[in-house]
Structures are given as structure tokens and as C-alpha cells.
Design a protein around this ligand. Structure first.
Ligand SMILES: Nc1ncnc2c1ncn2[C@@H]1O[C@H](COP(=O)(O)OP(=O)(O)O)[C@@H](O)[C@H]1O
Ligand SMILES: [Mg+2]
Length: 324
């Protein structure tokens, strides 16, 4: 077959786009990635009927949509992590995390680089399996459940490294995310048919993130901030019940960060959110509760005021002046 992926880049078999399209997640594909010789990657080619994930796991074709998943009542947990541990070789990246996310809650996860924040997200999303502990999503034990199945249950995430198809239009990226969220997702992927056949709901979602009227634009022509807005739209268009945002403000200008803060603030209060972020105005402006991780362990979990004032947080994180 074509060019092999770089073998030294760690990848997980369960990596997935919002909605569960399996992709080698740890390989941050540049938007315009091409095969040697400049041949564009075959993104729009329909998959063969028997396409499978590595290991022979069949692609999620006929998984029922989560219409039957009962919505957690107010005050109930949508997400519960108990004693979650994840090691890489001799290093413990996540070291016994207990945390819950209540219905409608916004939880921020902060901590220095290498604290284990992204690893925690990958464990929640199902891209990694914990070495110990359990993860419950919407009342189900999903500890060993595949990422695409968790996505079907209503878990949606964005990534620290943008993951958009730069040569495709805004509408086509939305279409891919929507189709990925359907039981027949892969089967219905087909060459692009133009911008008008995007569902009205996708146009509504684009408007919700401030990208009204941009559906025909190539993604590569969007600003950095607009690409973040699109990523959030793609995460939202599967109508998630829990949203994970990994450093959405990274690399954005002050103006773009403020736009993003408003966008997230305006999301429905019924949608529970876990937000990893270094931008403290976003964290303290958006979160109901903040967890500070250090060396894989929660140092403090509390209200923004409690966390801001906590000496341990000051010591491991807030006292620092720069973050890569
Ligand atoms: N796939 C992996 N293989 C080996 N080590 C990893 C892998 N992913 C993360 N790590 C290590 O785990 C630690 C936590 O990383 P990460 O969760 O990315 O931190 P954060 O997102 O808080 O910056 C770091 O020391 C990182 O090098
Ligand atoms: Mg990270």
C-alpha cells in the first residue's frame, strides 16, 4: 500500500475524530499532509466494506445511536474517575485520579506541562486504557470500552493539536464529523458534493461558533482562531453529552482567546465540559471547579477562588511565569 506512517510516533488503536472516526491520533497530521511526491492523502475515498481497525476490530457501522441513553438527572454524575492510573514504561503519567463531573458542570484541569492532563483526557476518551481504576460515563462502566463506543454514548473531544482537513471546505469537515457520528458513518463517506447539502443543524452549529456563512471556505483559509471555532463546531455537531476541550486557546491571540471564551461561555449550561487550559482568564472565567494536576496527581480540586488562593497550586503552577 502507500507510504507507511512514521513508526516511532506512538499511536493508539482507538484514536478517533469527534464522533469516533478512527485515526492515528498521535500523528499530528498537518492540514495538508501529502504522500511523497506531493500526492495528497486519499481522504475522500470510500472505505471498503470490510475495512477494520488495527487488530481486526471492525469499524463501528451499526452501533445504535445513544437515543436510549438516559440523561443524567440534575445532581448526578456524567463522568466518574476512580483511582485511575496510567504508566508509560517506568513513568506514571496519571497517578490515582479520583474526580467526578456533575451534570451541567464545567471542570477545568490545569497543571504544568507533563502533569498528565492530556493523558487523562485520552483515558476518558478511551484512546488509552488505564493500568488501574475505573471510568464511568453516563452511568456506565466504560473503563474497557472502545473510544468510538464512548463517542456514540455522547463523549466528544477536541485535540491539543488541531486536526482538520485543510484542503476541504468548512462544510466538508463538518460533514465528516457528522457522518462519523452516525452508525453508518464510514459507509456514507463519499466524495464531496458541494456545500449546500450540509444539514441545517450543521449550519446552525457553525453559526453558534461564529462561523456563519463560512461553509464554502477552505479550512486552510481560516485564521487560527477560526480553525479552533470549527473544531469546536465539529465536536458539537455530534450532539455530545460531555465535551472535552484540550487547550482550545493554545496559540491564539488575545482577541481570539476572548472570542473563544465567549463561545464556550455561551454553550448550553446543560452540556458538561472538561477544559484543559493554560490561559487562566479562561479557566477562572469559565470553570465551576478547577483541578490542578501535578505529576499525575490532583494537588487541589476546588472552586476557582479556592484554587487561585491555594499555596500548593501557586507552588507547582501559578507561580510560574511561562508555559510552553
Ligand atoms: N504515549 C506516550 N508514551 C510515553 N510517554 C508519554 C506518552 N504520552 C504522554 N507521555 C508522558 O506522560 C507525561 C504526561 O504527559 P501529558 O499527559 O501529555 O501531559 P500534559 O498534557 O499535562 O502536558 C509526560 O511526561 C509525557 O512525556
Ligand atoms: Mg497536554
Amino acid at each position: 500500500m502507500g507510504a507507511a506512517l512514521p513508526v516511532d510516533v506512538p499511536s493508539s488503536p482507538d484514536a478517533a475524530l469527534p464522533g469516533g472516526v478512527p485515526l492515528p491520533r498521535d500523528v499530528p497530521l498537518p492540514p495538508d499532509a501529502a504522500l511523497p511526491g506531493g500526492v495528497p492523502l486519499p481522504r475522500d475515498v470510500p472505505l471498503p466494506a470490510d475495512a477494520a481497525l488495527p487488530g481486526g476490530v471492525p469499524l463501528p457501522r451499526d452501533v445504535p445511536l445513544p437515543a436510549d441513553v438516559p440523561l443524567p438527572a440534575a445532581g448526578h454524575h456524567v463522568l466518574r474517575l476512580t483511582g485511575v492510573v496510567r504508566r508509560f514504561g517506568g513513568m506514571t503519567a496519571v497517578d490515582g485520579v479520583d474526580v467526578t463531573l456533575a451534570a451541567g458542570e464545567r471542570l477545568a484541569v490545569i497543571g504544568p506541562n507533563g502533569a498528565g492532563k492530556t493523558t487523562l483526557f485520552r483515558l476518558i476518551a478511551g484512546e488509552l486504557r488505564p493500568d488501574a481504576g475505573t471510568i464511568e460515563l453516563l452511568g456506565r462502566d466504560v473503563t474497557r470500552m472502545h473510544a468510538w463506543r464512548r463517542a456514540r454514548l455522547g463523549l466528544s473531544r477536541t485535540f491539543q493539536v488541531a486536526n482538520l482537513f485543510g484542503r476541504l471546505s468548512v462544510a466538508d469537515n463538518m460533514r465528516l464529523a457528522i457522518q462519523a457520528g452516525r452508525p453508518s458513518g464510514w459507509r456514507s463517506l463519499r466524495p464531496v458534493r458541494g456545500a449546500d447539502d450540509v444539514a441545517t443543524s450543521a449550519l446552525d452549529t457553525l453559526a453558534q461558533v461564529g462561523l456563519a456563512g463560512r461553509q464554502a471556505d477552505p479550512v486552510a483559509s481560516l485564521s487560527h482562531g477560526e480553525q479552533r471555532q470549527l473544531e469546536i463546531a465539529m465536536a458539537l455537531c455530534t450532539r455530545p453529552q460531555v465535551l472535552l476541550l484540550d487547550e482550545p486557546a493554545a496559540g491564539l491571540s488575545a482577541g481570539e482567546r476572548e472570542m473563544l471564551r465567549r463561545l464556550i461561555a455561551d454553550l448550553p449550561r446543560t452540556l458538561p465540559i472538561v477544559l484543559i487550559e493554560h490561559d487562566m482568564s479562561l479557566v477562572f472565567g469559565l470553570a465551576d471547579r478547577v483541578m490542578c494536576l501535578h505529576q499525575g496527581r490532583p494537588v487541589v480540586v476546588g472552586t476557582p477562588d479556592q484554587v487561585r488562593a491555594d499555596e500548593r497550586v501557586q507552588a507547582v503552577y501559578l507561580g510560574r511565569s511561562t508555559h510552553a
